[in-house]
Design a protein around this ligand. Sequence first.
Ligand SMILES: N[C@@H](CCC(=O)N[C@@H](CS)C(=O)NCC(=O)O)C(=O)O
Length: 202
Amino acid sequence: MKLTASPTSPYARKIRILLAEKGVDFELIEDSPWESDTGVPEINPLGKVPVLETDAGEHFFDSPVIAGYLEVKFPEPPFIPADPMEAVRVRQTEALADGITDAALIIRLETLRPMEAQLRETVERQQGKIERGLQALEAKLPSKEHWFHGNRISLADIAAGCALEYLDFRLAHLNWRQRFPHLKELALRIGARNSFLATRPD
Ligand SMILES: N[C@@H](CCC(=O)N[C@@H](CS)C(=O)NCC(=O)O)C(=O)O
C-alpha cells in the first residue's frame, strides 16, 4: 500500500497518524501537488493529496474516504464505531475539524499572495469559520479528560488534533489555547502520542 502525501499536509497527516495507530505498514511517497512536476493529477484528478494506492492498484481520496477504507480493511483497533449512528457522529466531528483545517489552508494561501493582492474579507470570513468551528469543537468535549465520542480515541480526536496543530503550525497568532481549555488539554494529550510525534512537521 502506498500513500502519496506532501510532508506538511494536515489531511495527509491525519491518514499517516491513523495508519500508525493501526500499526499498518505502507510506503510514503512524497509529492507536492503545488510543484510543476507533480504526478498527483495522474492518481487523483482533483490534484490533491493524500491519495492512497491499494496493493491491487486502486486509488482512494480524499482523507475521509481513505479513513473509511482503512477502517474496513484494518478494523482493529477501531477508530470509527461499529454502531452506524455513532459512526455518523464521529464523521460529523471529523468534518468539523477538517473544515477548520480547510479555512486555515485558505488563509495560508491568501497570505502567500503579494501583500497588495490579499483580500481582507477572505481572511476575516475564514477566521470566522475557524472561531465558530473551535467553539463547536470545545462544546463537544464534555471535560478536559474526555475524548470526543465515548471512552476511547476515535477518528474525530485525530482529525481535531491535526486541525489544532495545523493552526499552531501556520496561524500561531490566533492563540486558540487561551480561549478553549478543553481543546488545549486534548491537544496536549493527543500530541504526546507516538503517531503525532512522528508526523509533526518541522
Ligand atoms: N478534502 C481533502 C483536502 C485535500 C487538500 O486540499 N490537500 C491539499 C494539501 S494540504 C492539496 O493537495 N492541495 C492542492 C490543490 O488544492 O491544488 C482531503 O481531506 O483529503
